[in-house]
Design a binder for this molecule. Structure first.
Ligand SMILES: [Zn+2]
Length: 319
């Protein structure tokens, strides 16, 4: 019998990480520089393990193989692998300036999906900024010259961000999360990143990280100069909600439960909920599941109705 699946996070240690996933999202971070918590993943670089119920200890891949469409839904049939990857990111220090390829380029050159991603700002220091595309009017030649002259920053589009902002990053968009930001990230199931510039940093062994300038120049969209948006919420009985992303790869809604929220699956897609603030109770098949800040869970696609009670902010991802 399928039930809501909770997973053990897969933590990643990277030079720009810190302790903010612990302080803000109550995660039990294992490293001094914990950079990412992969919440739901089914990729060669990270695999979710179920943390509750009958399937406790099994991988997400194993549960998918048992239940297939009942778990994933009919909309996943067109994919040959699990289509998305969900994580929290602690940019305690700034990330490299980078770009992700689209499906066509990534499948041809890396055997991986391309990566379109969306960021929800869970927390940000005052005056936090990030890099979102190139400055308007920048050409490929301008960009190459700036790289050579080590003044790339002049070509980059810096935007201010605050808690609650949403940034949609289509593949091909140059971007960097800068310091003092905690993000919930929903993306295509891919781990392909081309680093353009890493601020002349070295890792703990004194080595700079690899750059991939040629491939980056192949895939960068020089017309992309992004703008941040904050979605408008609609009120409903017991909760409010806003659609924050609708794209060919995934949809994301933000749901703020004040009292009670009722939802139902119809067999087309699983739902993944990230609890970004507050706490509550999920009621599914007459069973109760405690949900607290930082927890992520997956509702099977097969037809059912469920409720969430409490005072809790959620990001809901579905196909
Ligand atoms: Zn990225």
């Amino acid at each position: 019998m399928l039930y809501p699946l909770f997973f053990q996070p897969v933590y990643k240690e990277i030079i720009w990480g810190g302790q903010n996933l612990k302080t803000i999202l109550n995660k039990e971070v294992p490293f001094e520089k914990t950079a990412e918590s992969w919440e739901v993943c089914c990729h060669k670089n990270g695999m979710s393990i179920v943390d509750n119920g009958e399937y406790k200890g099994k991988t997400l891949k194993e549960v998918i193989d048992i239940h297939k469409t009942d778990l994933l839904g009919t909309k996943t049939l067109k994919y040959d692998r699990f289509p998305i990857l969900i994580k929290y990111i602690d940019a305690n220090d700034r990330l490299s300036v980078q770009v992700h390829p689209n499906d066509e380029y990534a499948l041809k050159n890396e055997g991986d999906f391309g990566k379109t991603e969306v960021w929800y700002i869970v927390d940000a220091k005052e005056n936090a900024k990030l890099i979102f595309g190139v400055k308007e009017g920048t050409t490929k030649d301008d960009f190459k010259t700036a790289l050579k002259n080590k003044n790339l920053e002049e070509c980059l589009n810096y935007v201010n961000v605050k808690k609650g902002d949403v940034i949609f990053i289509p593949s091909g968009t140059v971007h960097a999360i800068l310091d003092g930001i905690v993000i919930a990230e929903i993306q295509q199931n891919s781990d392909t990143t081309y680093r353009v510039y890493d601020w002349n940093r070295v890792d703990k062994n004194g080595n700079p990280r690899e750059l991939h300038v040629e491939k980056a120049l192949d895939v960068i969209d020089f017309n992309m100069s992004g703008k941040v948006h904050m979605p408008n919420h609609e009120k409903a009985n017991g909760y409010s909600f806003a659609n924050i992303t609708k794209c060919q790869y995934f949809n994301v809604d933000k749901i703020v439960v004040n009292e009670i929220y009722e939802d139902s699956t119809n067999g087309e897609s699983f739902f993944i909920f990230m609890c970004i603030e507050g706490s509550g109770t999920l009621i599914y098949d007459n069973k109760e599941y405690k949900i607290t800040t930082g927890k992520t869970f997956m509702i099977p696609a097969k037809e059912n109705t469920f409720e969430i009670k409490g005072q809790v902010k959620l990001l809901k991802t579905y196909l």
